[in-house]
Write a protein that binds this ligand. Structure first.
Ligand code: AMP
Ligand code: TRP
Length: 342
């Protein structure tokens, strides 16, 4: 059914803290590649999602601008992609409400991200927004009839839920209005792991700064974190199969492959049999060479926040122009009277 819809890519990132190498390899780098393939691309800083957990107001504003700078520094061109922050387009919250009435409690109860984010805490004290988070995410995507969503592995379940919501809406109202959106989970770095523990995702919310490479880290910090990354005493194996049971080694190989734009097999043929004493410095050099220009460009862009705000405002205008007719039609399908002269 998705084929009846023109291809359109949508993706989002929460401006809830500094972005990491995981965000870059799993998301930003691929967002720029999709734009360069000539597909229509819409990218959103999901500030409404960010406030599902407490955000200091000034920090949220700063992080939103910084994330916008990270998109642009990673190659997302606001002239060719639409880049905006979610709260400036009212349709996201409006469609999310309708989807709250389509989605079932049982579906939300199965969402692993909610369970992970409340694990070890009192779930009764989590915000209602955190619970309803996936329904807003479905609204983000379907407000634009997006057909494809590039994301990291951790978002797969939310895209499946988006399809469930679209299918139930279409079924309940007897229409073929929303597409069944496909996730795009591709490449060597769909799940970049912590530098301190190869079984945990690299995350901006990990308490250990040594566990991640931040997009704001300078060359010394990047090289130092890679030098100290947890590994095992064995040399690298000759084949990918040899990485089984060695999560830290596997993670570093995948990071190298993704940064170099080569297959992990090619990394094994170059470094198989060599120890981390050889591999880590090579990885550090590569990471610094790839990431330093991005950090420099982010800093340049952040020196002019008014220009970033102007770009986000213009992106929101363009997004709103696509969203308005889709939202109006949705409300008509649902049976709402639309009689204001605007
Ligand atoms: P978030 O930072 O949770 O808003 O995630 C934004 C995007 O980055 C999503 O597409 C995630 O799947 C992706 N992402 C976040 N962390 C990682 C990671 N460690 N490895 C790969 N992709 C990631
Ligand atoms: N939930 C996503 C994350 O944490 C962010 C997000 C919100 C998103 N809305 C989206 C991603 C729509 C893709 C499409 O990574």
């Amino acid at each position: 059914m998705a084929t009846a819809f023109a291809p359109r890519i949508f993706s989002g990132i929460q401006p809830s803290g500094g972005l990491t190498l995981g965000n870059y390899l799993g998301a930003l780098k691929r967002f720029a590649e999709k734009q360069d393939e000539g597909i229509e691309t819409i990218y959103c800083l999901v500030d409404l999602h960010a406030i599902t957990v407490w955000q200091e107001p000034e920090a949220l504003r700063h992080q939103t601008r910084e994330a916008a700078a990270a998109f642009m520094a990673s190659g997302v061109d606001p002239a060719r992609s639409i880049l905006f922050n979610q709260s400036q387009v009212a349709g996201h919250a409006q469609l999310a409400w309708i989807f709250n009435c389509v989605a079932r409690l049982g579906w939300m109860n199965r969402m692993t991200q909610f369970k992970d984010k409340t694990a070890g805490k009192n779930a009764e004290n989590a915000s209602l927004g955190l619970y309803a988070y996936p329904s807003l995410m479905a609204a983000d995507i379907l407000l634009y009839h997006a057909t494809h969503v590039p994301v990291g592995e951790d978002q797969k379940q939310h895209i499946e839920l988006t399809r469930d919501i679209a299918a139930k809406f279409n079924h309940d109202y007897g229409v073929e209005f929303f597409p069944l959106t496909e996730p795009l989970i591709e490449g060597a770095a769909t799940r970049v792991m912590s530098l301190r523990d190869g079984t945990k995702k690299m995350s901006k919310s990990d308490p250990s700064d040594a566990s991640r490479i931040n997009l704001t880290d300078d060359a010394d910090a990047i090289a130092g974190k890679i030098r100290k990354a947890k590994t095992d005493p064995e040399p690298l194996p000759e084949t990918l199969e040899g990485l089984a049971g060695r999560p830290e080694a596997k993670n570093l190989v995948n990071i190298y492959a993704a940064l170099a734009g080569i297959a992990p097999e090619a990394v094994m043929s170059e470094f198989g049999g060599k120890g981390f004493g050889t591999f880590k410095p090579a990885l550090a050099d590569l990471a610094v060479a790839r990431m330093a220009p991005i950090t420099t460009e982010m800093n340049r862009l952040m020196a002019d926040p008014a220009e970033i705000d102007r770009i986000l405002g213009q992106g929101a205008d363009r997004a709103d122009a696509i969203a308005q007719p889709i939202l109006a039609r949705t409300m008509e399908i649902v049976g709402m009277v639309r009689s204001r002269q605007v």
